[in-house]
Design a protein around this ligand. Structure first.
Ligand code: SF4
Ligand code: SF4
Length: 114
């Protein structure tokens, strides 16, 4: 886990968080609550709130840059799990929120927001 994430949340309020619809609970074995997603393509959905500007996932609670958590942490998508604190995407999102870059080795964002 990265300590940075608990006081950040920038990646949940910057990118369009999209993934295969089968990861939603509309499909057998899916986990992400379908009510929190919107269709963006015939086979892809996105977390509500992330397909707009400014972007902010509806599952994100708290204040970006201060204290945040993911209200569906255990059910989040593979896309969410891919972001690593300190990786390129992370620091791109942090820059967009005027937060300093994470310079540690990339660590799983997981427990932040999780
Ligand atoms: S992965 Fe990076 S941008 Fe996302 S919450 Fe963690 S520190 Fe912030
Ligand atoms: S980790 Fe949680 S709050 Fe962040 S984009 Fe994914 S579902 Fe939304």
């Amino acid at each position: 886990m990265s300590d940075h994430c608990q006081s950040c949340g920038a990646c949940c309020a910057h990118f369009r968080v999209s993934f295969y619809w089968g990861e939603s609970d509309a499909a057998q074995g899916g986990s992400v609550p379908a009510r929190l997603t919107i269709p963006i393509h015939s086979v892809y959905v996105a977390m509500r709130g992330t397909d707009q500007h400014p972007s902010r996932c509806v599952a994100l609670t708290g204040k970006v840059g201060e204290a945040v958590s993911c209200s569906i942490y255990e059910q989040r998508s593979s896309t969410c799990k891919e972001v690593m604190a300190g990786d390129e995407q992370c620091n791109k999102a942090r820059r967009a929120h005027n937060l300093s870059p994470v310079i540690d080795q990339p660590q799983e964002a997981a427990e932040i927001l999780c």
